[in-house]
Write a protein that binds this ligand. Structure first.
Ligand code: COS
Length: 380
């Protein structure tokens, strides 16, 4: 796709920001400590990245899905971890509010989230309800002006640093499966809310993840989001956009790993020749470049079609995530292979890209869930 002048400027701005601000020192620190860096988050917020897709009237930049994709791609090219810092507020966190928040909820929550003053996270998965997201066991029982929530959510990305969580809970146990589930905005300072210990992960270190535990948490009815008993549909709609974001994150990671391998193949000599002069290496590079380009075209066109209301958008988002996340793993694998033993040493960027790539085929719906969504669409 040929980008217009405004899109090219945005891409260049994001690229320059990432190359300048995402320093090696910062990336090493995130990976080693696993701790969130507030300075870079505030810097991103100052530039408006945390609200790139939020409408202007709610404190954002009013960009479209392609703008968001370009930002995610460019940030992930340098750091797929720091890309997430700007992601949640444009994706899973704000999605449910934009889809079905009332005006009061939008005014109260969206603007501070878009400006990076508050952080909201998405909390769907439970220990026994991962791919089977409709199997949620968390309950919400009406009590006067309140709902009383009980349950445990798991793998909640960003929970340790968040102010609010969108929580899915069963409000009508007589309805089966994904029906009878409602969405709530939960203030994480409320009595009865506690957090599990931050998980130690293979990659994506520096964006902490933990369990969210709810024990008799009283949520005022004004924080019920959307219609009661009908929250699952919004979760799925939100995940359509989230999956496009993970696809763009995969694309950026693959591009970063490929560029590292390309340069290395020119610098490193074996048997008296640079690696690039060996057909085995040049063919790997050719495969990497081709797959990246194919993913880019699919993702960009999906972004445009999604905003245009294309009825195929849900399927295309799943296809984008499926193809790009698997592709990023293939590319990261080959990048490590080209680096040989050095690729296995954590001093080299491809080692981290390889570890970070592994989650892409898992979070926001595994590859197999994407295949279920795609098959469900083409076979209906
Ligand atoms: N947009 C709007 N509505 C959607 C939708 C979408 N993209 N996808 C499904 N729905 C609706 C369906 O139309 C259906 O509505 P009705 O109840 O009115 O008929 C409802 O949602 C349930 O859909 P479905 O029957 O397909 O749900 P399943 O329980 O079979 O689940 C999968 C389908 C597996 C696709 C779903 O559970 C899923 O995406 N799981 C993975 C969850 C995930 O990504 N977790 C990561 C956590 S966030 S990091």
């Amino acid at each position: 796709m040929i980008l217009n002048e405004k899109q090219t400027m945005l891409r260049d701005l994001c690229r320059e920001f990432a190359e300048t601000e995402f320093t090696d020192e910062l990336l090493d620190r995130l990976d080693e400590t696993g701790e969130f860096d507030w300075d870079i988050f505030h810097q991103m917020a100052k530039y408006g990245f945390t609200g790139i897709k939020t409408p202007v009237e709610y404190g954002g930049q009013g960009g479209d899905s392609l703008d968001y994709v370009l930002m995610m791609e460019e940030f992930s090219r340098v750091s797929p971890v720091l890309a997430i810092y700007a992601n949640t507020s444009n994706s899973l966190g704000s999605g449910p509010l934009l889809f079905c928040g009332n005006e009061e909820q939008k005014q109260k929550y969206l603007a501070p989230i878009a400006k990076g003053e508050k952080i909201i996270v998405f909390s769907l998965t439970e220990p026994g309800a991962g791919s089977d997201a409709g199997g949620t066991l968390t309950t919400a029982v009406e009590d006067g002006d309140y709902f009383v929530l009980n349950g445990r959510k798991t793998f909640v990305s960003g929970a340790p640093i968040a102010d609010y969580a969108i929580v899915y809970a069963k409000t009508d146990p007589t309805q089966r499966g994904s029906r009878g589930i409602s969405m709530f905005i939960v203030d994480l300072t409320l009595p009865g809310v506690s957090l599990g210990k931050p998980e130690r992960k293979m990659g994506i270190n520096g964006y902490p993840t933990c369990d969210l535990i709810l024990e008799d948490v009283r949520i005022h009815k004004s924080d019920l989001l959307g219609p009661k008993d009908n929250g699952f549909r919004t979760a799925m709609q939100t995940l359509d956009g989230g999956r496009l974001g993970v696809a763009a994150q995969s694309l950026g990671l693959a591009q970063g790993a490929y560029e590292e391998a390309l340069q290395y193949s020119k610098d490193r000599k074996q048997f008296g020749r640079p690696l690039k002069d060996f057909q085995a290496i040049s063919f790997m590079l050719a495969d990497m470049a081709t797959e990246i380009e194919a993913a880019r075209e699919l993702i960009y066109s999906t972004a445009v079609k999604k905003d245009a209301g294309d009825p195929e958008a849900s399927k295309l988002c799943a296809m984008s995530k499926y193809f790009a996340s698997e592709m990023a793993n293939r590319v990261a694998y080959k990048a490590v292979q080209i680096f040989g033993g050095y690729g296995y040493i954590n001093e080299y960027k491809v080692e981290r890209f390889y570890r970070d790539a592994r989650i892409l085929t898992i979070y926001e719906g595994t590859t197999q869930v994407q295949q279920m969504v795609i098959a469900g669409n083409i076979l209906k």
